[in-house]
Design a protein around this ligand. Structure first.
Ligand SMILES: NC(=O)c1ccc[n+]([C@@H]2O[C@H](COP(=O)([O-])OP(=O)(O)OC[C@H]3O[C@@H](n4cnc5c(N)ncnc54)[C@H](OP(=O)(O)O)[C@@H]3O)[C@@H](O)[C@H]2O)c1
Length: 250
């Protein structure tokens, strides 16, 4: 005989009125995720460094009738991340979902790679995840649970030439994701790593030798997966998803 709690464990989780932070939400995959979560009824907090771009992304969402705010944030900066979390809680009272998506890519062989570029890539892709989880976690716990979804890359598992910082950062962020999952799984917080292959976004704008845009995923392919994970029933967790273009590694 089904009880109400066992029914809830297999029903889709409604995002109506839930509060979701999306980092790197001004463009590309993060913006598509913010739009999809807002369409599903979530109140969305968009974070990225470029004030005007992230503000415009939030305006675009509000024009659909959904609730959204922009909080200019560098996820590598402790003070900025604390401000992101405080502003979210001040505005919407709690946090249900944290999507760590912000990240950059700088490419070059190890012998020619600038140490400052190493710091930039490792800090945005890995330290940013640590900081956002660290400061959001008390609020997820106070709220009785929630979800953390980290948008990583197949580069967490596949060695690409001229990609040392990016592969190391994504592999580190995958390890970090698994550690966080072990720490919070008994506290009603579900943690997911998403590992996309190539996606047609502004990520590639400054990279002359990129794969064929025609063969890449679209941002909406990844955001659809993120949305479905956010809506998954309470009685399950999707720990890791690899999302690839049909032709695989391009
Ligand atoms: N495109 C691909 O082929 C691909 C494939 C697999 C995984 N990914 C991953 O997917 C995520 C999103 O990538 P994308 O393709 O959508 O890239 P994108 O179009 O370049 O967007 C990146 C977003 O992250 C923000 N960002 C970068 N550094 C940040 C920082 N330190 N603090 C806060 N925000 C920051 C950017 O805004 P600001 O610059 O204004 O801060 C922007 O909103 C990244 O983690 C990327 O590694 C991308």
């Amino acid at each position: 005989m089904s009880t109400q709690s066992s029914i809830n464990e297999v029903q889709p989780y409604s995002l109506e009125g839930k509060v979701a932070i999306v980092t790197g939400a001004s463009k590309g995959i993060g913006k598509a995720i913010a739009v999809d979560l807002a369409d599903a009824g979530a109140k969305v907090v968009l974070a990225a460094r470029s004030l005007n771009v992230v503000e415009q992304a939030a305006v675009d969402i509000r024009e659909t009738g959904a609730e959204a705010i922009a909080v200019p944030t560098d996820v590598t900066d402790v003070t900025a991340v604390k401000n992101l979390i405080h502003t979210t809680v001040d505005t919407y009272q709690n946090i249900d979902i944290l999507i760590n998506n912000a990240g950059n890519g700088i490419f070059g062989t190890v012998d020619e790679f600038d140490p400052a570029d190493w710091d930039s890539v490792v800090n945005s892709n890995m330290k940013g995840v640590f900081l956002c989880v660290k400061y959001a976690l008390p609020h997820l716990l106070a709220n009785g649970g929630g979800q953390i979804i980290n948008v990583l890359s197949v580069a967490a598992k596949v060695a690409f030439p001229a990609s040392s910082a990016y592969c190391a950062a994504k592999a580190g962020a995958l390890a970090l994701t698994k550690v966080i999952a072990t720490e919070v799984r008994n506290k009603n917080i579900r943690v997911t790593a998403i590992l996309p292959g190539s996606v047609e976004t502004p990520f590639w704008d400054d990279i002359p030798q990129h794969p064929d845009f025609e063969k890449m995923l679209k941002p909406e392919h990844v955001s659809n997966v993120v949305l479905s994970i956010c809506q998954q029933p309470l009685g399950m967790v999707t720990e890791e998803v690899v999302v690839m273009p049909p032709l695989g590694i391009l």
